[in-house]
Each structure stands twice: as structure tokens, then as C-alpha cells.
Write a protein that binds this ligand. Structure first.
Ligand SMILES: NC(=O)c1ccc[n+]([C@@H]2O[C@H](COP(=O)([O-])OP(=O)(O)OC[C@H]3O[C@@H](n4cnc5c(N)ncnc54)[C@H](OP(=O)(O)O)[C@@H]3O)[C@@H](O)[C@H]2O)c1
Length: 273
């Protein structure tokens, strides 16, 4: 077999070969898993989040695996930082073919009547407003090329009813509305827009912090709180960041070419619409 023949066959099988993806919230957790998988599938990945050290180590891991990556530390609750992230991704890789809106935090774990307005605004700003601002920034380029994909990371919280996370649930439900409208506008211009609704991905910092707060509030230990929650899912187990990343890859690749405006539940069987 000629030298280099096998690698070139494998490269031909890559789902995102020569694509450029901007992935938000990619220093750790689900975003990091998406960045790794996309890079393995041939994409150049541009990472953004606030914590420089995590972006640095994730890009270093990607380089080590032979992938292409760049990053900018940015607070996406600010419009100017969103613009800087898009500009930096374009400067590094020349274009943006895929936008994954994943960044966010849960916010306070309190009932509506106690929820501080400033925290409500902040949670909406990071999840919903940033997804809107970043979509606004990348769509003209995608329309000009008649090609592009936007993937919004929503949540089971958008479809179920859990107490003490009003801003989070409102932001995630808002992202589903944004997904459908952007899909309607982009469908005849070559752009697909979909959302993923993950269930509990218990390995991530956000999930662990939330579990600690919920257990404390419920007056049970963390294992009991988690077991009670997982028992409500058909599969009775958590999802992994890798499982979420694989669904994201599917929706961002040509494998899902006829899918747009959808929200796909990756929750072990919890929401059924
Ligand atoms: N884990 C779950 O069970 C679960 C379930 C459903 C949906 N989700 C969603 O999945 C996404 C990822 O969450 P995760 O579980 O992977 O949590 P995570 O490990 O805490 O990761 C969140 C990422 O978002 C970044 N981020 C947070 N606020 C930001 C801001 N203002 N500007 C820029 N980046 C920001 C964080 O980095 P910095 O803090 O360094 O900025 C981090 O990289 C979130 O949208 C979350 O709502 C998670």
C-alpha cells in the first residue's frame, strides 16, 4: 500500500473535514468534549470562555492529538466580547462554518420570588443573548456562502419543570424559540439551525455545583439527591459529555442534512417532545 494512503482514506471519512467551528464555553465540560471530537473529525476549532488556563490546556490537548485549535478568553455576556470572539476566530482560521452556542452557568438556586433581577439578566445574557448576538454576527458570512450550521445547547430544563432555576429554564426555552426562527430564516439560504437538550451530565462543574446546592436545599446528601433525579430518567443514569458531543457532531455534520429547526433530547429518556 502506498505511504500515506491509509491516512488519506481516514481523512476522507472525517465528518467535519476542513470546517471551521466556533465553540463557546469550551474550556471544560461539554464544550471541551465537543471541541475534542470536532478536532478529531477534521475541523479547526476556535474555543472561547472566560478562564484562560482552561482554554490553554484544552487547545494544548488538541494540538497534541494533531488537531488545529485557537482560543480567545471572553465574557460572552458582553456584546463586545462576542464580537471579539468572532473576529478572532475569523482572523485565526479565515471563516466560521459552524457555531456552537454552549457557554453558560446555572445561576442562583432560589424560587422566583427570591431570584435577584441582576442574576436573572446575567443568566439570560450568557445563554440566550450571547447565542443571539453570535448568530447575528456569523449569519451574513454563512448566507454569503449559502452554507453553515448553528447548534444551540439548550437543556432538559427547557422542557421539564424543575423548581429553583427560573432564569436558566427561561433562557434554555428561549434558545429553542431562537433555534426555530433562525432555522426558518436560514433554511433557503443553506444554513441549518438545531438545538440539543441534554439531561444531567453529572461529570461537569456546573452539574456538580448544582447537585451540591440542590442536596443542601432538600436536606439530603448528594448521592441521595442524584439517585432520586436519575431514577426519573428511563435509562436511570446520567449522560456523558461525550454522548452529548456525539449528538452535536451529528447535527453539525452533513449526516443530518435534512434536519433544521429541531431540538433533540439527549437525556436518557426524560422529555418526549
Ligand atoms: N451538565 C449538565 O447537566 C447540563 C445539562 C443540560 C444542559 N447543559 C448545558 O451545557 C452547557 C455546558 O455546561 P457544562 O455542564 O459543560 O458546564 P461547565 O463545565 O461549567 O462549562 C460551562 C462552560 O461555559 C463557560 N462560560 C460560563 N459563563 C461564561 C461567560 N459569561 N462567558 C464565556 N464563557 C462562559 C465556562 O467557562 P468560564 O467559567 O471559564 O467562562 C465553561 O467553559 C451549558 O449551556 C449548560 O447549560 C448542561
Amino acid at each position: 500500500m502506498p505511504r500515506g494512503f491509509l491516512p488519506s482514506i481516514l481523512m476522507g471519512l472525517m465528518l467535519l473535514k476542513d470546517q471551521v467551528a466556533l465553540i463557546t464555553g469550551s474550556g471544560r465540560g461539554i464544550g471541551r468534549a465537543i471541541a475534542h471530537l470536532f478536532a478529531k473529525e477534521g475541523a479547526a476549532v476556535f474555543l472561547t470562555a472566560r478562564t484562560k488556563e482552561q482554554l490553554d490546556s484544552t487547545t494544548a490537548e488538541i494540538f497534541k492529538g494533531g488537531g488545529r485549535a485557537g482560543y480567545l478568553a471572553a465574557d460572552l455576556s458582553r456584546e463586545a466580547d462576542c464580537a471579539q470572539a468572532v473576529a478572532a476566530a475569523r482572523e485565526k482560521f479565515g471563516r466560521i462554518d459552524i457555531l456552537v452556542n454552549n457557554a453558560g452557568h446555572y445561576g442562583p438556586v432560589v424560587p422566583v420570588e427570591d431570584y435577584p433581577l441582576a442574576d436573572f439578566d446575567k443568566v439570560l445574557a450568557v445563554h440566550l443573548r450571547a447565542a443571539f448576538v453570535l448568530s447575528k454576527l456569523v449569519l451574513p458570512e454563512m448566507y454569503a456562502r449559502q452554507s453553515g450550521v448553528i447548534l444551540n445547547i439548550s437543556s432538559l430544563s427547557a422542557k421539564a419543570a424543575y423548581a429553583w432555576g427560573s432564569a436558566y429554564a427561561a433562557a434554555k426555552a428561549g434558545m429553542l424559540g431562537l433555534t426555530r426562527v433562525t432555522a426558518a430564516e436560514g433554511a433557503r439560504k443553506g444554513v441549518r439551525v438545531n438545538a440539543i437538550c441534554p439531561g444531567p451530565v453529572t461529570e461537569t462543574q456546573m452539574s456538580k455545583d448544582l447537585g451540591t446546592l440542590l442536596a443542601k436545599k432538600m436536606g439530603v446528601n448528594q448521592d441521595e439527591q442524584l439517585a432520586g433525579f436519575l431514577n426519573g430518567l428511563l435509562q436511570g443514569r446520567a449522560q456523558t459529555a461525550q454522548e452529548i458531543a456525539r449528538a452535536v457532531l451529528f447535527l453539525c455534520s452533513g449526516q443530518s442534512s435534512a434536519m433544521t429547526g429541531q431540538s433533540i433530547n439527549v437525556d436518557g429518556g426524560a422529555a418526549f417532545y
